[in-house]
Unconditional design. Structure first.
Length: 251
């Protein structure tokens, strides 16, 4: 005959925490009457960790009613597995979800919007934070791209008129977008830009380093490295477009 046992609470006697793998935990879950599987639990634990929610809260929510077990030992074993699994998620350790399967890499929290830089110029840490933010939030990246095209289409038209190859234009445009996004996220994007861009452009050190890194990556790309001629024209056009945006920034 089955016995009812409550999910663990904060004052429950300490349980031995041991994750025995997907197959074992899945069997224990199914025997307790929950419809959740191991992957559901891992996903719930990831959200809980990100939001600062305890394991007990998530575990208690796995059942519509109280869980059922054949014995107290089965209850202790299930809760010990679940608590151990929560510990693994909290430590961001890979979790093997199936026999012989590669460990599941736990999802990291999405990057927050970067705080505006302080001082006169951004540093490399700010630009890297912008990159992570836009990588993690594609809708925000698309929104900023739309703003660039609507507000500063003249800059993009100037780039297009420079006669660059498609690859060189793509690289220069990306760098112009990166500069605009870094300014926009700091609340310093210009309302208009003077054209043509300066023929002797100057950029803050962090943006210059960002440009040089992009050129290096393009030149060493495993699939289609950019030829030197394209790198040179892309660098010249990108530096001028970036400088035009930077020079008209809000201060």
């Amino acid at each position: 005959m089955s016995r009812k046992n409550p999910a663990p609470t904060d004052d429950t006697e300490e349980l031995p925490r041991r994750y025995e793998g997907q197959a074992t935990l899945q069997k224990l879950l199914a025997g307790s009457g929950t419809v959740a599987d191991v992957e559901d639990v891992v996903g719930a634990f990831e959200k809980a960790v990100a939001q600062g929610v305890s394991a007990n809260v998530v575990i208690s929510a796995l059942w519509d009613d109280e869980p059922r077990f054949e014995s107290p030992d089965a209850a202790r074993r299930l809760f010990g597995n679940l608590l151990a699994l929560y510990d693994l998620v909290e430590r961001k350790e890979p979790i093997a979800l199936a026999e012989g399967a590669a460990p599941r890499e736990l999802a990291r929290a999405k990057a927050p919007k970067p705080d505006p830089w302080t001082g006169e110029v951004p540093d490399e840490a700010y630009l890297e934070a912008c990159f992570r933010y836009l990588h993690d939030w594609p809708k925000e990246r698309a929104r900023l791209n739309d703003v660039l095209e609507n507000v500063h289409d003249a800059v993009l038209q100037w780039l297009d008129a420079e006669g660059l190859s498609d690859a060189a234009y793509g690289l220069a445009r990306q760098l112009a977008f990166d500069t605009f996004a870094a300014l926009e996220l700091a609340g310093r994007a210009p309302g208009s830009v003077e054209l043509p861009p300066p023929t002797s452009p100057t950029l803050p050190a962090a943006l210059e380093a960002w440009l040089e890194e992009a050129l290096t990556e393009a030149s060493t790309d495993d699939d289609e490295p950019l030829p030197q001629a394209d790198l040179d024209t892309a660098a010249t056009a990108a530096r001028r477009a970036m400088s035009a945006l930077w020079n008209q920034r809000r201060v």
